[in-house]
Design a protein. Sequence first.
Length: 261
Amino acid sequence: MYKTALITGASSGLGREFADILAGEGYNVILVARSKDKLDDLAAAIEKYYGVDTYVLAADLTRKDAAKYVYEFTKHNDITVDVLINNAGFGDYGHFIDSDWNRQEDMINLNVTSLAHLCHLYGGDMADRGFGRIMNISSIAGFMPGPMMANYYATKNYVLALSEALAVEMRPLGVTVTALCPGPTDTNFEENANAKSSGLFEGMYVMDARTVAEYGYAKMLAGKAVAVPGVTNKALVTTAKLAPGSFVRNMVYLIQKGRRG
Ligand SMILES: NC(=O)c1ccc[n+]([C@@H]2O[C@H](COP(=O)([O-])OP(=O)(O)OC[C@H]3O[C@@H](n4cnc5c(N)ncnc54)[C@H](OP(=O)(O)O)[C@@H]3O)[C@@H](O)[C@H]2O)c1
């Protein structure tokens, strides 16, 4: 029987890789993001190479009730979602009080509200069927506070905490929940976050998106609650857990400040 995976943020970076990996494993894929042209091109390539069904849904997940819109699209088309990958997200580099509030609010709506709402909608259906897999993309940022990207780190703390709690609640119902926590990864994220002057990508080991996505996919299949790809990222997360809070937040500040004052 064919299974279906829904991937948000499938138009670039990690989401695009997840779509390719899942289609390669025989999943039909529902591709969600704002850039319809990119999604159409990806869907055509996936259908050609893997012969699976694809569905494209152009949606801005910062909008109120965006998750419901996605859910109703799948209901209307009679599609059962077996795998949900909540991947869409963005960051914003700089001092919080100097930032554009609308952008910060959009970030919360996308990284937090839509993600949680999609877990709620599809998680319920998965529990009713006694099977499902959810993977939420957090970050190593989920393990620490992040001066110079304060709201972004806070959203990823939320994603990690929500996912860990749901992993416990939903395991007896046959549903696994995995938080994938990448470190710096080569995608459009840095540019979209205006983080070129941050030391985050310059001074750190940057992984390629395919490696991170393959790692996440394997850990999701294994039903792991938390997955941190890469030795350097694992070491950073361990340090963040063990070191005093004042050391961690000031160290993150120094790294992120980079060339900025
Ligand atoms: N790259 C890293 O270093 C890194 C590290 C840790 C965690 N992450 C997380 O990984 C996830 C994927 O990011 P990425 O690195 O692959 O970056 P990316 O290349 O910028 O991809 C972001 C994806 O999210 C989609 N998206 C952005 N705003 C959206 C909106 N309003 N509605 C719907 N979709 C939207 C984008 O598509 P459209 O623009 O077409 O809408 C795109 O497909 C994010 O949650 C990010 O926080 C990234």
